[in-house]
Design a protein. Structure first.
Length: 511
């Protein structure tokens, strides 16, 4: 007698359960969507003894089913209203057919495209936590007989785990895509910021400005401290940014603190941070030194710091450690200091209002910013730069200055320096609808100041002239802004605290 041909041994329930548990473990650990679906398609065919498996995701906007992966790795996309897989997705019901070609819902064109012949088919919907169908899990051609109720239960149970895993994987994929996009945007913004504040973008061909540009280039790879001095509006902060963004610390933070803008009782917590619970309702907060760790701290108007704050900053420079307000242990910091002031610090030292030891700690490199009236040859370049910039930013038609207007700008004394010139050009872009700006469009005091020569025998000191003009500008700004100090300060291009100090100096009171 001939030996009987043996059938393949059926999978035992214990084997099936063990495999399902292993699949669930893999589902919960896999975050790459194609890998996850490929894993399921491969494993499930063995459990339910099918010939092949397909997993489709539902595109609701386009009403289409698309397969990220099939067992033979051939992607498929079709109208969800066609076929048994689509019917399972749109009805949310399990579909089990013994002979697909006898079911009117079967979409024969897919078999024609792939060359595969479908006999039996089992399709279950993939539902997320909210019960919304997000796709279909389908197996084809039971190797022995037809798909049974037990196969339906297995596929439905796996579909629950799979739907959650698919959503999680989609979220992870979206987060990765967003992260990549944010990194790219950050990279582009970084290039833009760095390009905007390079030393080459400091406008001016005068010897003074070119000397400053060369110095910035020379100290670009050094972490030493820098002191920038000069009148208000001469571009001290712009130079500080150029130093930082040209340095090896450019990839780390540049933190700015205006020392004149904070009252003394807040200065310590602002500089060094504060621990939670120091006072009722106080939350922990890091200070400017910690925020600038690895980068640069720009201390503007450092000449306005109290002697107490100066002593604490000196200690940080010496020990490279800070003590938070209410803290119990010092915190190490690595910070480069760039300080700026419009005061004569050597005179302040003689008066006893500035520490000499701190002065020399800060003044490793000293940059003295020239007043605009001392670099008159740069005024045409600066005026054109600001006009072009604000026309571009405000999407206005390009403007130019008439020869007479340019003579007035060059001849004017500019007590507000470059900031005053910038504000005037910005105002002309906003308020002047003509293509060419003439003398008549400029403020009268600019034109008169440029035309009127000094009378012999009536020469006044430069300081007296500047103070008189500064006082008049403050009064005009307050009158225009109806005595609102904040608005007047913005119009003048200074801080409110800076305006208050100048008002006190000149004996100006708000009406």
């Amino acid at each position: 007698m001939r030996a009987l041909k043996r059938k393949p041994a059926a999978i035992s329930n214990d084997q099936r359960l063990s495999t399902i548990l292993e699949i669930c473990r893999k589902i919960n650990s896999e975050r790459d969507l194609p890998s996850l679906l490929n894993l399921l398609a491969r494993e499930v065919t063995g459990i339910v003894e099918a010939d092949r498996a397909s997993i489709f995701l539902l595109d609701r906007e386009r009403q289409e089913l698309c397969s990220i992966v099939t067992l033979d790795n051939e992607p498929i996309r079709f109208d969800a209203r066609l076929g048994l897989a689509g019917a399972a997705a749109l009805t949310g019901q399990t579909i089990n057919v013994e002979d697909a070609y006898k079911d009117s819902r079967f979409y024969k064109e897919i078999d024609e495209q792939t060359g595969y012949h479908t006999r039996s088919l089992l399709a279950v919907p993939l539902k997320n936590r909210e019960g919304t169908v997000i796709g279909t899990f389908q197996v084809l051609n039971k190797k022995a007989g037809v798909f049974k109720k037990e196969d339906e239960r297995i596929l439905e149970d796996l579909a629950q785990h799979l739907a959650i895993a698919v959503e999680t994987a989609q979220i992870v994929t979206e987060l990765r895509r967003n992260q990549k996009q944010l990194l790219e945007e950050n990279k582009n913004l970084w290039k833009e910021v760095r390009g905007r504040f390079t030393a080459q973008n400091i406008i001016g061909m005068s010897p003074q400005i070119q000397s400053i540009v060369r110095l910035i280039e020379q100290i670009s790879e050094s972490p030493i401290n820098v002191l920038i001095t000069g009148e208000s509006g001469t571009g001290k902060e712009l130079v500080a940014k150029a130093i930082h963004y040209n340095s090896l610390r450019a990839g780390n933070p540049l933190v700015v603190l205006n020392c004149a803008a904070l009252p003394e009782n807040l200065m310590e917590s602002e500089l060094f941070g504060i621990e939670k619970g120091v006072a009722t309702g106080v939350e922990a907060r890091i200070g400017k030194f910690e925020a600038a760790n690895g980068g640069t701290l720009f201390l503007d108007e450092i000449g306005d710091l109290s002697l107490v704050s100066q002593a604490k900053i000196l200690r940080v420079l010496q020990e490279k450690m800070i003590d938070r307000l209410g803290g119990r242990k010092p915190v190490p910091v690595d910070v480069r200091i760039i300080a700026a002031t419009n005061k004569d610090l050597e005179a302040e030292i003689k008066k006893g209002s500035f520490r000499e030891d701190l002065y020399y700690r800060l003044k490793v490199i000293h940059i003295s910013m020239p007043a605009l009236r001392d670099i008159k040859d740069d005024i045409p370049l600066l005026a054109k730069h600001f006009l072009d910039r604000y026309c571009r930013e405000m999407k206005k038609e390009p403007k130019k200055l008439s020869p007479g207007a340019m003579r007035s700008l060059v001849g004017y004394g500019w007590p507000g320096n470059i900031r005053e010139l910038e504000n005037e050009m910005k105002k002309q872009v906003v308020l002047n609808f003509k293509k060419t700006i003439t003398e008549d469009d400029l403020p009268e005091y600019m034109v008169i100041g440029a035309r009127q020569p000094m009378a012999t025998g009536r020469i006044r000191s430069l300081k007296a002239e500047v103070e008189e003009l500064e006082k008049r500008l403050i009064l005009e700004a307050l009158q225009t802004c109806r005595q609102n100090q904040l608005q007047a300060a913005k119009a003048l291009g200074i801080s409110r605290w800076g305006l208050i100090k100048k008002m006190r100096r000149y004996g100006i009171s708000v009406l």
